[in-house]
Design a protein around this ligand. Structure first.
Ligand code: SF4
Length: 352
């Protein structure tokens, strides 16, 4: 909880509890944390899972990053749900179905455990105290789950992560990735209108197709939120003056990676302030898709650039751990799927 909530729960003034609250977040051994059930590392990428009861676990990934200018940092990818009900066909998490929403505490704990793991695995100084000293600069809500499907806990977790007396992670260094829940964008827009600093929160959108037919085939959400409506929702969103949307595009061989697709993606992106992130598909267990080869990815990238679109190719990391984009999820926890799927409905509408 934030300092204000912490004080309210104790029926006292925040100032009276400020130093106690600060200490709670500085000393991650002060509070019992969910046990780490699995932790694997490969080439600097660390994937870890936390026990959240009933045999369920979160999955998070610490990813080393390099800038073109040579600076290095880490990004933490956190989960907001165990599983996901959105049913994107290229995503391991989507194949699990939704098991349950994570609480605010379970989302925030992933950041605190990441700090503990970084300190265990490195000789990073713990003093002077700062969460940035553990080398994790960014938090991205791109792990298991559709963040807007757990909206209240997502917002609550962001408030705690952003709390100046706690982890103090700036909104500019947090990214919420959505599959395109227009209602979630609108709810977030309402918060931005009430609290303008929230415009700094970064938004990523999983696009993954250049037309409605293909997008509906690979992302069931497109039935209820087709491309034109999604573009309208992004145009209406009160993005920060210098803000850019991150448009994620998973490249599936022979499905969405043609030159014509690139032209259509450029047309769709043109009215938006955005950067397109091309993500070569990360293979999954029993995968129905193949990864676009490098030549195809670069041809797509050049084509977008020729249209004046700002585009990058995401460096593939974490595949060996099943920790790369779209690979999170424990297949042993899959829910039975419903057979009569309503148009535009996610594959599993059981509430968490
Ligand atoms: S891509 Fe995201 S929204 Fe789609 S099924 Fe996977 S976790 Fe859910």
């Amino acid at each position: 909880m934030t300092l204000a909530e912490y004080a309210a729960a104790r029926s006292t003034h925040p100032q009276a509890l400020r130093s106690e609250y600060v200490q709670l977040f500085r000393d991650s051994t002060a509070a019992p944390l969910a046990p780490v059930t699995r932790c694997e590392e490969h080439e600097g990428v660390v994937k870890f899972c936390l026990d959240v009861g009933s045999g369920l676990e979160t999955e998070s990934v610490i990813i080393p990053m390099d800038s073109y200018r040579g600076s290095k940092w880490h990004t933490l990818c956190v989960s907001t749900q165990v599983g996901c009900r959105m049913g994107c066909t290229f995503c391991e998490t989507g194949r699990m179905g939704l098991m349950r929403n994570l609480t605010i505490e379970e989302i925030v704990t992933q950041r605190i455990v990441a700090r503990r793991l970084r300190h265990q695995r490195t000789s990073l100084p713990t003093r002077p105290y700062s969460y940035f000293r553990d080398g994790i600069r960014n938090v991205v809500f791109m792990g298991m789950g559709e963040p807007f499907d757990n909206f209240d806990n997502l917002v609550g977790a962001i408030r705690v992560l952003n709390e100046p007396n706690g982890l103090a992670i700036p909104l500019t260094q947090m990214t919420v990735s959505t599959v395109g829940r227009i209602d979630g964008l609108q709810q977030l827009a309402d918060i931005v209108r009430r609290e303008p600093s929230w415009a700094n929160l970064r938004i990523a959108l999983s696009l993954n197709a250049s037309n409605d037919a293909v997008r509906t085939q690979i992302m069931p959400i497109n039935k209820s939120a087709p491309l034109a409506e999604l573009q309208r929702a992004l145009l209406d969103y009160p993005l920060a003056r210098r803000g850019l949307y991150l448009i994620e595009y998973v490249m599936l061989a022979g499905v969405n990676d043609s030159v014509e697709d690139a032209d259509a993606v450029a047309d769709w992106c043109r009215p938006l302030r955005c950067v397109v992130n091309l993500i070569p598909y990360n293979p999954q267990r029993d995968a129905a898709y193949a990864t676009s080869d490098d030549a195809t990815v670069f041809r797509f990238l050049r084509r977008l650039r020729s249209h004046g679109i700002f585009v990058k190719r995401r460096v593939t990391q974490g595949r060996n751990l099943m920790g790369a984009c779209g690979q999170l999820g424990n297949p042993e926890l899959r829910r039975p799927r419903r057979t009569n799927r309503a148009a535009g409905e996610p594959v599993d509408s059981n509430p968490a």
